[in-house]
Design a binder for this molecule. Structure first.
Ligand code: PMP
Length: 360
């Protein structure tokens, strides 16, 4: 007979019964990158893939919809329309499905096809805009549709509820998780800037020694350039930023500085901006998956690359937290899986060569 075996099981996940999947948004775990932290330093990961639709944007979707329900700007059964690189759309698709709002998502055709399929699967309608029109074109289209049809537009890039959701949830969760082991730095990229603005505000208030570090693609130094952004009267971007260049970090660094990000910069919430390359992003995403078992998207690898480098340049004993905004499954058709495609071709070749006459 085998010796009695006690299976390892989470002691911290709660067994509370929930009335709705929406109750599962937030309270995401933090995990130490035990194998990939630089010697003598700790790099921790905030795993937003633990949200119901697998990204940090589930928090924002729920927050923006419930704030609009409360202030009366969203009516029962009204159609919701938003411009998004995908994750906000997927979060909105979950929230709108559960609450019964029709949803239209405006997305540039350059974002991965998985995102489109997930949106359709959850019942959203998807309007694609040409990649050449970039983020500003996508926003303009969503505004046009909202005006034309009287649809509700959450305006994630401008809405102050964006940073407020992150301050109250993501930020305060981090403050609680590290209450007895304060952070020396927090590292995050920016799409709307809501995550870094909200977490930054919470840490400035409760853990002021933590440096708030933003990262952006090295070939698209929009924030680092210090050049201002032009805005229309309603706070939406009026034109593409001159330093924007296309980059592989889907969900980060649009072709403009969102109002949410501009407010965070003006309020001194962001201490510094560091660059990261596309190749580092891909390499560290893969290492997180293959060595830590943390299966994540491209921006997670990018953030980890910066957090790890920063930790290695800081004194021994430092504690740095990196955002892991989403899951790797959203990137099957992107360069993240490029090395696997080559590998699969190789495996198929080996199988067909070693078993004569058989093809799988
Ligand atoms: N990473 C990914 C994969 C994202 O989709 C987003 C949001 N678009 C971010 C990071 C950045 O989040 P935020 O909008 O809060 O700055």
């Amino acid at each position: 007979m085998n010796a009695p075996f006690s299976p390892r099981i989470s002691q911290s996940r709660s067994l509370v019964r929930h009335g709705s999947v929406l109750d599962l948004v937030g309270n995401t775990p933090v995990v130490l990158a035990e194998k990939l932290s630089p010697p003598g330093r700790e790099v921790w990961l905030k795993l937003e893939s633990a949200n119901p639709m697998g990204s940090v944007k589930d928090r924002l979707a729920l927050g923006l919809i419930e704030a609009a329900e409360q202030d009366g700007s969203l009516k029962p059964g009204q159609t919701v329309v938003e411009a998004t690189s995908g994750n906000t759309g997927i979060g909105l698709a979950l929230v709108c499905a559960r609450k019964g709002y029709p949803l239209v998502i405006v997305m540039a055709e350059s974002f991965s096809v998985e995102r489109r399929k997930i949106l359709r699967y959850l019942g959203a309608r998807v309007v694609l805009t040409p990649a050449s029109l970039k983020g500003t074109g996508m926003i303009e289209k969503a505004r046009e549709l909202a005006d034309e049809h009287g649809w509700f537009l959450p305006r994630q890039f401008e809405n102050e509820n964006n940073e407020q959701v992150h301050e109250a949830t993501t930020g305060m969760e981090i403050v609680r998780a590290f209450a007895d082991a304060p952070l020396d730095a927090f590292v995050s990229g920016l799409g709307t800037g809501g995550t870094i603005a909200g977490v930054g505000r919470a840490l400035k208030a409760h853990m002021p020694q933590a440096r708030i570090v933003a990262c952006e693609p090295d070939n698209s130094p929009v924030l680092a350039s210090g050049l201002p952004q032009q805005y229309a009267d309603d706070g939406a971007p009026a034109a593409s930023h001159p330093r924007f260049r296309p980059h592989p970090m889907q969900g980060w660094a649009p072709d403009f500085i969102p109002a949410v990000t501009a407010r965070a910069i003006a309020d001194g919430v962001i201490d510094e901006v560091l660059p990261v390359s596309g190749s580092e992003a891909l390499a560290w995403s893969r290492r997180l998956a293959r060595e830590e078992g943390v299966f994540c998207g491209i921006t997670s690898g990018a953030t980890f690359a910066v957090a790890r480098q920063l930790a290695s340049e800081m004194p021994e004993g430092v504690r740095v937290l990196a955002m892991i905004p989403d899951t790797g499954e959203r990137y099957l058709t992107t360069p993240l899986f490029g090395d696997i495609e080559e590998d699969m071709d190789q495996v198929e070749m080996e199988i067909s060569c070693s078993t004569p006459g058989s093809r799988f």
